[in-house]
Design a protein around this ligand. Structure first.
Ligand SMILES: Cc1cc2nc3c(=O)[nH]c(=O)nc-3n(C[C@H](O)[C@H](O)[C@H](O)COP(=O)(O)O)c2cc1C
Length: 169
């Protein structure tokens, strides 16, 4: 059976939306369905096997409101057998103590619900003080910094998607 993949991001953001559209283009439009994070429901999540989630960090180390609102529903779900890869926008110069915390927060919730988080990446190339996205010397997803390292975004996405195509199998 073919696995179904969704990318979940807020359709009303500026930067996350733009980066998510880059992810869709790089993945190949036919292989992935876009889901608005603001309209997420348990039924929608049930339909897919693999997920790419966009989790920008807001409010000094927190999830944006649309994710916070869905977390109680998410916590009631059994995510066993589903794979999740999380990328998130953040600003390592402006918020070095909470760099891309939202990636780590979402990863913890998914794992508590039995989901499998894939798509870990190296910390090489980033400068920050602390992050909840850290697991040992890796990030539990892909940080994207449009404020300070926008020119690295396309390459980071390309490498990450190559990794995900193997890990999603
Ligand atoms: C009020 C505010 C708080 C923020 N807090 C953090 C933070 O704690 N950690 C971080 O890495 N980035 C933080 N950022 C940076 C955003 O994540 C970054 O600007 C991102 O590109 C926003 O994406 P969006 O516009 O798609 O939501 C913050 C930005 C704002 C405006």
């Amino acid at each position: 059976m073919n696995k179904k993949t969704a990318i979940v991001y807020s359709f009303h953001t500026q930067k996350s939306k733009k980066v998510s559209e880059k992810v869709i283009d790089a993945w190949g439009k036919t292989g992935i369905e876009a889901v608005n994070a603001e309209e997420l429901s348990k039924d929608v999540l049930e339909k897919y096997d693999n997920f790419i989630l966009s989790a920008p960090t807001w409010f000094d180390g927190e999830l944006p409101n649309y994710w916070d609102e869905f977390v109680p529903d998410l916590e009631e779900m059994d995510l066993k057998g589903k794979k999740f890869a999380i990328f998130g926008l953040g600003d390592q110069k402006g918020y070095p103590e909470n760099f891309c915390d939202a990636i780590g927060i979402l990863a913890e919730i998914i794992e508590e619900c039995g989901g499998n988080v894939v798509g870990y990446t190296s910390v090489e190339g980033y400068t920050f003080e602390s992050s909840r996205a850290l697991r040992g010397d890796e990030f539990v997803g892909l940080p994207i910094d449009q404020e300070n390292q926008a020119r690295m975004t396309a390459g980071r996405i390309k490498n990450w998607l190559e990794q995900l195509k193997k890990e999603f199998k």
